[in-house]
Design a protein around this ligand. Structure first.
Ligand code: UDP
Ligand code: MG
Length: 336
């Protein structure tokens, strides 16, 4: 069971940094040293305490060894090594779980995001927002396979979720820690964090940030991601609509159908028994039966949905990743 880490760390409160930088790493060996240097340079200029949490998502290119070395160099670096490649979302979820800061910044490990934007994100957050999302205004990625699908996806996500951001896919974001603490992520859901946060009443802002072309290594994604993102969007849509009370939606439709079916049925019964008319060949009879059955079905479906949603809510303590080892473990960390 995952214990609430804030409860756990309460006596060590003074050790808690103001800021946690969370970076998912999957085969970014060449970028890593540059990245850590850039983060350090930009954050040392600010008068605040911080930690960097690199989540190694089962890298096989030597990133793990580099992280091992770097934890010796940077005292505020913690590397969380996952047992295999789980994907960006679980890697970020692991990072969130190990982060102790009051504010969490996420960015990519491939140098495409620029740590020099961090102070501006923090300043924006201080204006009273719970989440500040980066907007790669001049995005340096392939136009046809990346920019176009992303434009369409962003538009769709905005329409469905009701949070209009230009760029959901930008990893560079700043969150108040309590916002992400109890968010359960899976699939490609990390890009829907603003939408999920919005459902929970967060105040969200957007800020144009720098974006660079990839210098080292390769992108881990192709067109297939667009499909997965769309499927996750459907989930979000249903979560937004039905998550808390499915019975309100299905139960209502079910009840309306049942009532209409009953009225029609009663009418036919009066015709048959009261007036002695034949009703066997009337289409209305079919309608009455269909309405009633549909009503019963929708109603019981609503009850089932309600039950499974309860299970969903109550079984949320299961982590979606497994940790092999934590380096730089001189700091407090949540039990797994
Ligand atoms: N990443 C990860 N696990 C994966 C795929 C990607 O941790 O299975 C990390 C990757 O190392 C990078 C970030 O997620 O830091 C974004 O990946 P990438 O740069 O390939 O995505 P793109 O910028 O092309 O959208
Ligand atoms: Mg990238």
């Amino acid at each position: 069971m995952v214990v609430d880490k804030h409860e756990q760390l309460a006596p060590l409160d003074t050790d808690r940094p103001a800021l946690s930088v969370v970076v998912p790493i999957y085969n970014e060996a060449e970028s890593l040293p540059h990245l850590l240097k850039a983060i350090t340079t930009n954050l040392d200029a600010l008068a605040l305490t911080y930690e960097v949490i690199c989540v190694d998502d089962g890298s096989s290119d030597g990133s793990t060894e580099i992280l091992r070395q770097q934890t010796e160099v940077y005292p505020y670096l913690r590397a969380v090594l996952l047992r295999r490649n789980y994907g960006q979302t679980p890697a970020m979820a692991a990072g969130f779980n190990y982060a102790c800061g009051d504010v969490i910044i996420t960015l990519d490990g491939d140098l495409q995001n620029d740590p020099s934007d961090i102070p501006r994100l923090l300043a924006k957050l201080d204006e009273g927002y719970d989440l500040v999302s980066g907007w790669r205004k001049e995005r340096q990625d392939a136009a046809l396979t990346r920019l176009l699908p992303s434009k369409i996806a962003n538009w769709l996500i905005g329409k469905v979720t009701g949070v209009s951001l230009h760029d959901y896919g930008c990893s560079l974001k700043a969150y108040r820690a309590e916002l992400v603490m109890d968010m359960k992520l899976y699939g490609e859901l990390h890009r829907f964090l603003p939408a999920l946060a919005f459902i929970e009443g967060a105040r969200i802002a957007e800020l144009p940030v720098l974006h660079h072309a990839r210098q080292f290594g390769q992108s881990k994604y192709g067109l297939g991601r667009t499909f997965r993102v769309l499927m996750d969007l459907l989930t979000i849509f249903f979560m937004k609509k039905f998550l808390t009370r499915p019975m309100h939606v299905f139960g209502l439709f079910g009840l309306v159908c049942m009532i209409l079916g009953t009225i029609t049925g009663l009418y036919l019964t009066v015709l048959k028994l009261g007036l002695g008319q034949s009703i066997g060949d009337r289409p209305l009879l079919i309608l009455a039966v269909v309405l009633f059955l549909t009503g019963v079905q929708l109603f019981s479906f609503g009850l089932l949905a309600e039950l499974s949603m309860r299970t969903y809510h109550e079984s949320q303590n299961r982590p979606i990743y497994r940790v092999r080892e934590v380096l730089g473990a001189d700091k407090p960390m949540p039990p797994m």
